[in-house]
Design a protein around this ligand. Structure first.
Ligand code: ZN
Length: 313
């Protein structure tokens, strides 16, 4: 059975409605992999609407992002020096480092052994076995996916937009190729993204998804049972569940259901009890701006979240 959580409930239970980010455990065999003194487990996390935009481009500065990500990494337990760290001045340089790529809605996954390995690269997935590196992508309605192989100490973060659906399978493949991972040892997380409650697509895209990712990811708009059907433009008469599409991908890649965690929150409509939005969302913040607003301005008007995975916590 697939493990499910509500990030909203987790944050409200801990009175963290003002938090700028959270981290949560992976699941294995139906249980959360909590950290213990003698056994370190990877954690995955996301920044939230309150953090501001974590937008990343190689040729841009984003001080807010730099400040917050540095703070997040500093708040983790200091990694233990392996004794052979590669600082040129002979000083220990063992600290966690953000490992980004510039996203392009592809299915390209890159591997890094050191921080410089992703420099200036464009891709949508990052994997590593270096415990000091923190693979980090950004999302705003697209799906953040995380992989963790406890046996091989490998982690990966993936940006899976509709075009990139399938990249999680590429990630599993690369784990096997580069780290000799067995799919049944891998834990996977499908992080918060736009839910089928808010995601309407046309027939062409619906057909594409049914054909490639199974029938469960598409439903006809208007068939919702709770009677809260949102009015939709007639061309967009199908609902797309990126959760179901990615479950299809992960299961096909050999990941076991009991090792998968799904965050059930919708980035577009999930709100705290006080009515505040929890996540940034392309659809809510940018999709309905007037047509004269170009793609670049549109993309700047939404609050993209950083989505990251780390070993040393
Ligand atoms: Zn929604």
């Amino acid at each position: 059975m697939i493990n499910k959580i509500s990030i909203k409930a987790e944050l409200e239970n801990l009175s963290l409605q003002k938090a700028k980010y959270f981290t949560l455990p992976f699941y294995f065999d139906g249980k959360a992999l909590e950290n213990k003194e003698d056994k370190k487990e990877a954690r995955w996390g996301m920044t939230l609407l309150k953090a501001g935009s974590m937008r990343f481009r190689w040729n841009e500065k984003n001080d807010e992002r730099k400040k917050l990500l540095t703070k997040i990494l500093n708040e983790q337990k200091k990694p233990v020096c392996s004794g052979n760290c590669s600082s040129s001045e002979g000083k220990c340089d063992c600290k966690l480092k953000v490992l980004p790529v510039e996203l392009i809605h592809s299915k390209i996954v890159v591997e890094a052994k050191k921080e410089e390995d992703t420099k200036n690269l464009q891709a949508d997935g990052i994997i590593t076995q270096n415990p000091l590196l923190v693979p980090t992508v950004t999302v705003a309605d697209c799906v953040p996916i995380f992989l963790y192989d406890r046996k091989k100490k490998a982690i990966g973060a993936f940006h899976s937009g509709w075009k990139g659906t399938g990249i999680a399978g590429e990630g599993v493949k690369k784990f096997a190729e580069l780290y000799s991972s067995e799919p049944e040892d891998i834990s996977a997380v499908i992080g918060a993204h736009i839910g089928s409650c808010c995601y309407f697509v046309d027939k062409e895209r619906a057909d594409y998804f049914t054909k490639n990712f199974g029938e469960d990811c598409i439903s006809k708009a208007g068939e919702q049972k709770d009677g809260n059907e949102t009015e939709v433009a007639s061309a967009l008469s199908y609902r797309l569940s990126l959760t179901e599409a990615n479950l299809f991908v992960l299961k096909k890649a050999g990941i076991k259901e009991e090792n998968i965690l799904v965050a059930e929150d919708c980035t577009c409509c999930s709100k705290f009890l006080n009515g505040e939005n929890i996540f940034g969302s392309f659809r809510r913040q940018a999709a309905f701006l007037p047509p004269e607003i170009d793609a670049e301005a549109r993309s700047r008007s939404m609050t993209v979240q950083a989505a990251f995975v780390m070993m040393n916590v």
